[in-house]
Design a protein around this ligand. Structure first.
Ligand SMILES: Cc1cc2nc3c(=O)[nH]c(=O)nc-3n(C[C@H](O)[C@H](O)[C@H](O)COP(=O)(O)OP(=O)(O)OC[C@H]3O[C@@H](n4cnc5c(N)ncnc54)[C@H](O)[C@@H]3O)c2cc1C
Length: 440
């Protein structure tokens, strides 16, 4: 798999991957040619870039979106479809402690706005992106994890968030798993089919008047009178503003000020064959809910509308190893450990991976990098809902519209120190995580 830390450019004409591609969706017809000029050039055609394009059009700007591959080839067609009311890895408790009650309330309101935005977009989609509305449940994977999860629940209730507490018995009513010692249910979160959302947002962007160009890789840029001249695999385009929406797929070389700002981390998913009625009865899995656990190295899973089980977690460290079946086998072993009743499933039907963008301080930024150059990235694997709002914020920033006074919008992503050792640090963290999850 393409590796943003090692490869200097993206692969030529790579196809979209994974289970979601088996659904037929209507993508907009891309432009045949790259325009010579545009007001706003958005690099990256996933949720962030397409939403930035929609907002740029709202602001009356001519906008061109380019993607090195097909539209939304990156995470936006590879994710698990959990629409969560958060981003990054820091909970509202962290923001309460650092910003105080009003600050935490403002952060919660921004997360709520992101969720509402996705809800509206889902309604634009003919079959509502196959949305499943039962909620997202965080499961205590061992008895030791219950206390911290309950504290999280108590805190969220104290600031009036719509969450419910599930005792071990309540969890057992919903799910027969070996790792469900309690649950924190986020009542208003939901799950969708991510490729349907991506195609729907792409259609909306085109309808709004954005020019969408596929197989067009940005390779270099220089400042010129009135903006930036961007070299691409389809020629040169001059733009007043450039918006980076390349997230974890950003190469280290394209724009020096973006290098070292994130750690691309592989997340991998397997999808099983459809579960039999006996397997559904034995596990009590229902497609209403989406689940994640409390491990340091988390697993996440959901029953899909066609009764296949999607099960995901950390993958390889290097892109070169990402497609190695041993990572799928590892996920299958974790699935068996969670659901002994599914021991009979010996093979996966789909296995794929993607890069999530981890920031040094665990939360994303919509930031200014240079004169008329902006970027949004660092969602840490929680970007389905937030990237939609972040794309809008990115375009607003480029139009000099004041953004809410929140940490996401006030500073740049911090560069990783000793960036050359990022992978070594990740390897050490995985070892720590494995130990903590086993013994901690
Ligand atoms: C396996 C997996 C599961 C996930 N599950 C969830 C989940 O359930 N819930 C959740 O909230 N988040 C999840 N995420 C994260 C979420 O999918 C992302 O945060 C979100 O999709 C980011 O969207 P984006 O538009 O910023 O980036 P992407 O969708 O990754 O788009 C970036 C695009 O930039 C293009 N690009 C890069 N460089 C160039 C260049 N030089 N020129 C032109 N184009 C370029 C790429 O081709 C790519 O299409 C998951 C991620 C993975 C990998």
């Amino acid at each position: 798999m393409y590796d943003p830390l090692n490869d200097s450019t993206l692969p030529a004409k790579a196809s979209r991957v994974g289970y979601w591609t088996s659904h037929s969706v209507e993508w907009p017809t891309p432009a045949e040619q790259l325009p010579k000029k545009t007001d706003v050039l958005v690099i990256g055609g996933g949720y962030t870039g397409l939403n930035a394009a929609i907002e740029s059009r709202e602001q009356g700007r001519a906008v061109t979106v380019i993607d090195a591959e097909s539209l939304a080839w990156g995470c936006s067609t590879r994710n698990a479809g959990f629409v969560m009311k958060s981003t990054g890895r820091l909970g509202l408790k962290h923001w309460y402690d650092t910003l105080g009650p009003q600050g935490a309330k403002a952060m919660a309101a921004e997360h709520q706005a992101a969720l509402e935005r996705i809800r509206t977009q889902v309604q634009h989609c003919p079959d509502q992106c196959d949305a499943r509305d039962g909620g997202y449940i965080k499961l205590a994977h061992n008895p030791g994890a219950v206390k911290a999860l309950k504290e999280q629940y108590d805190f969220l209730r104290s600031i009036e968030q719509p969450v419910s507490w599930l005792t071990q018995r309540d969890v057992a009513d919903k799910l027969n798993t070996a790792h469900g010692f309690a649950g924190l249910k986020f009542d208003d979160c939901f799950a969708i089919n991510p490729i349907k959302l991506a195609a729907s947002v792409a259609r909306q962007a085109q309808k709004a008047g954005a020019t969408l160009v596929e197989q067009c890789t940005a390779t270099a840029m220089t400042q010129v009178d009135g903006g930036w001249q961007v070299q691409t695999s389809q020629g040169v385009i001059v733009a007043h503003s450039v918006l980076f929406a390349t997230n974890a797929y950003t190469t280290q070389r394209l724009f020096p000020k973006l290098a070292r700002r994130n750690l691309p981390v592989v997340s991998s998913i397997i999808v099983t064959p459809p579960l039999t009625q006996a397997q559904l009865d034995a596990t009590r899995l229902s497609d209403h809910y989406a689940y994640m656990d409390t491990r340091v190295l988390k697993y996440y899973f959901r029953l899909l509308p066609d009764n296949r089980l999607l099960f995901g977690g950390r993958g390889a460290i290097r892109g070169a190893d990402a497609d190695d079946p041993r990572y799928a086998k590892r996920l299958l072993a974790a699935l068996h450990a969670s659901f002994p009743a599914l021991q009979g499933i010996s093979q996966w039907e789909h296995f794929w991976s993607g890069w999530v963008s981890v920031s040094l301080d665990d939360y994303p930024r919509v930031m200014s990098l240079d004169k008329n150059v902006y970027a949004s990235m660092g969602y840490c694997g929680a970007g389905v809902s937030f990237s939609s709002l972040a794309g809008k914020r990115l375009a607003e920033k480029a139009c000099n519209i004041a953004l809410p006074d929140l940490p996401y919008y006030q500073s740049e992503l911090k560069p990783f120190p000793f960036a050359g050792f990022r992978r070594l640090g990740q390897w050490a963290f995985y070892h720590y995580g494995r130990m903590k999850d086993k013994w901690g």
